[in-house]
Design a binder for this molecule. Structure first.
Ligand code: JFZ
Length: 406
């Protein structure tokens, strides 16, 4: 049985619910090849050839500090870094395998450096750990052979124990790569109980095969209604460093995703795959700095505004809500007037967030806000703050009027 997951879960999740925004880091031997973190599998690179990378990796000193500084500047409140991805190379010291960053190149404990960098910036510490392991000799045999299964699950639990013992407080264990075993096969109940024994405040995601403390929709924002969730998104379309994948998200898109996550009561975990030496690069750094300047000014409408509101799509923007306040995130500026149809609540006041009151008319379910500047105060998105009373619901339907009003 799992330790006291329900009552304890909300206590452990409190900081996470308030955090809203985190930085995901995918960094490993695969970063040196620059063709996605699945390169070993996709290109069927022979193990002996791939292992040579573990004799060459030379990240520059203190690169994680740059990551943590950028995360803080962007308004992120936690980080999650790959401690071991599917390739099986551990970025930390462990007695369970020499295929690690201390016994091989770069001869440093990269996880220890990462943890220090997070804490220096006041960021919560998350560890990504892939259960699936393409390097371990029992990583596949464990499916069919009991002795192999016993060895591989002992290895897995032993390595996770090292992660939860040797680096101080761990705030998130972010598991991944459940293939080829089930929750029972991974002994996930035992794994989670061990983590909570060692790290009683830690939260654990849903990729051990068990429900976990939060859901992890990947590269899509799908709010979960019955529990906490966090959407993980790439900056381009790869998690690991992949310079040939140049279609990067803009600050405008990141803020739109943040609004969508907040409106659904969840978090955004946005990924960067650093260069082999740990360097960051354009446009990730510049776009995240733009996001951070926006979050400094309008962050309340994202961090705090997670109350539910039934809304419909609009081309000029979308809502978040906190109590009796709606924030209409206008990210396509219509000019001096903004019309919003379908609102079923009475609007009491309107203003650009942080600005002066705006005139408005509300007839039936048509709100028209007037006297706005010709140009958007902030092209990334300008939140219009609306105080309201009544039912915060927007209802439009496909007809020009609802059938009930025809
Ligand atoms: C996994 C990894 O394979 C990938 O390399 C990256 O680390 C990502 C964050 O997690 O990718 C997945 C995991 C789950 C799904 C899709 C890709 N899924 O459930 O659809």
């Amino acid at each position: 049985m799992l330790k006291n997951p329900m009552t304890d879960r909300e206590r452990r999740l409190k900081w996470f619910r308030d955090a809203r925004f985190g930085m995901f880091i995918h960094w490993g031997l695969y970063s040196m090849l620059g063709r996605h973190e699945w390169v070993m599998n996709r290109e069927r690179i022979p193990l002996k050839e791939y292992e040579k990378l573990a004799g060459k990796w030379q990240p520059k000193p203190n690169c994680m500090r740059d990551w943590a500084k950028l995360a803080k500047k962007a308004g992120m409140r936690y980080m999650v870094m790959t401690t071991k991805h599917h390739e099986g190379f551990c970025l930390f010291n462990t007695k369970h395998t020499d295929y690690n960053a201390v016994k091989r190149s770069p001869g440093r404990d990269l996880v220890a450096e990462y943890v220090e960098a997070c804490r220096a910036e006041g960021l919560k510490v998350g560890f990504y750990y892939s259960l699936m392991d393409w390097h371990h000799p029992d990583g596949v045999k464990c499916m069919k052979n009991d002795a192999s299964w016993a060895r591989f699950t002992e290895f897995t639990h032993g390595v996770v124990r090292d992660l939860c013992t040797n680096y101080g407080k761990v705030d998130i264990m972010w598991f991944d790569g459940g293939w080829p075993l089930s929750a029972e096969g991974w002994r996930s109940h035992e794994l989670i109980n061990m983590i909570l024994d060692l790290q009683p405040d830690c939260i654990i995601n849903n990729r051990t095969g068990l429900e976990g403390d939060f859901g992890t929709p990947e590269n899509r924002i799908v709010p979960e209604k019955t529990r906490m969730w966090e959407a993980c998104m790439t900056f381009n379309h790869s998690w690991g460093y992949t310079p040939i994948d140049t279609n990067y998200k803009s600050a405008w898109e990141v803020i739109s995703m943040l609004r969508q996550c907040a409106a659904g009561g969840g978090n955004l975990l946005l990924n960067i795959g650093p260069m082999p030496d740990g360097s960051l690069y354009h446009p990730c750094d510049t776009e995240l700095e733009r996001v951070g300047r926006w979050m400094k000014k309008y962050g309340k409408s994202i961090y705090e505004a997670t109350d539910p509101m039934e809304q419909e799509w609009m081309i000029t923007g979308a809502f978040t809500r906190k109590g009796d306040t709606l924030y209409y995130h206008c990210n396509r500026w219509p000019g001096k007037e903004l019309a919003i149809g379908g609102l079923r609540c009475k609007i009491l006041s309107a203003k650009i967030m942080g600005g002066a009151a705006l005139k408005f008319t509300q007839k039936a379910d048509r709100l028209v806000i007037k006297g706005m500047p010709e140009k958007a105060p902030d092209a990334l998105s300008t939140p219009i703050e609306l105080k309201f009373e009544g039912e915060p619901r927007q209802q439009l339907g496909p007809g020009h009027r609802l059938l009930s009003e025809a």
